[in-house]
Design a protein. Structure first.
Length: 180
């Protein structure tokens, strides 16, 4: 349904937000939604390989049209109505982000090798869930804590007394108020 709704045949299967683009009333969130949808669809194509051949041609035609919309203001500002294949006069950060995201979504073929997705992996395709208490750092020690010394105990006692004394002083100040 998403592919039929947001990639209408009339636009050459180029992404369009049909709720606002035809009337030119898109707000910034709606403009940004196109980029988010591009990203989400590329993830779907990666995770569900049977959708790849449905999704990628639409993302590719959208990226080509989006690139053609980046000719505005003499500085390659991108527009919103990508299906026009030229700058439509829209200017803003959201437009630039959406175009960047549709470009990024088209990098998906580079994560596929010999018809198989390189990522994400599962426990049967090379992934593992082993823990590492060193957080990836190489450690030659046995991660055994040092024994507690008398100095450690004395330091902990002093810190405890300072914190409890400070807390008691603040509570006394709060109870007595300014005028004391």
């Amino acid at each position: 349904m998403t592919l039929k709704t947001f990639f209408p045949k009339e636009t050459g299967y180029v992404m369009e937000d049909i709720t606002c683009e035809p009337r030119e009333i898109c707000n910034n969130n709606e403009v940004l939604f196109k980029g988010l949808l591009s990203t989400w669809l590329s993830y779907v194509a990666l995770v569900v390989p049977t959708t790849y051949d449905l999704i990628m041609p639409k993302l590719q035609s959208s990226a080509v049209a989006a690139a053609k919309s980046c000719t505005g203001n003499g500085n390659n500002t991108c527009g919103v109505q990508w299906y026009k294949s030229q700058w439509d006069g829209w200017t803003g950060m959201e437009e630039q982000i959406s175009v960047s995201q549709v470009f990024s979504a088209n990098l998906l073929p580079f994560t596929v090798t010999q018809g198989k997705a390189v990522a994400p992996v599962t426990s049967t395709t090379g992934g593992n869930s082993t823990s590492n208490p060193n957080a990836g750092l190489v450690s030659t020690k046995d991660n055994v804590p040092k024994p507690i010394t008398t100095g450690d105990k004395a330091g902990a006692s002093i810190l405890t007394l300072v914190l409890v004394g400070g807390w008691a002083a603040m509570m006394a100040f709060a109870v007595m108020g300014k005028g004391g």
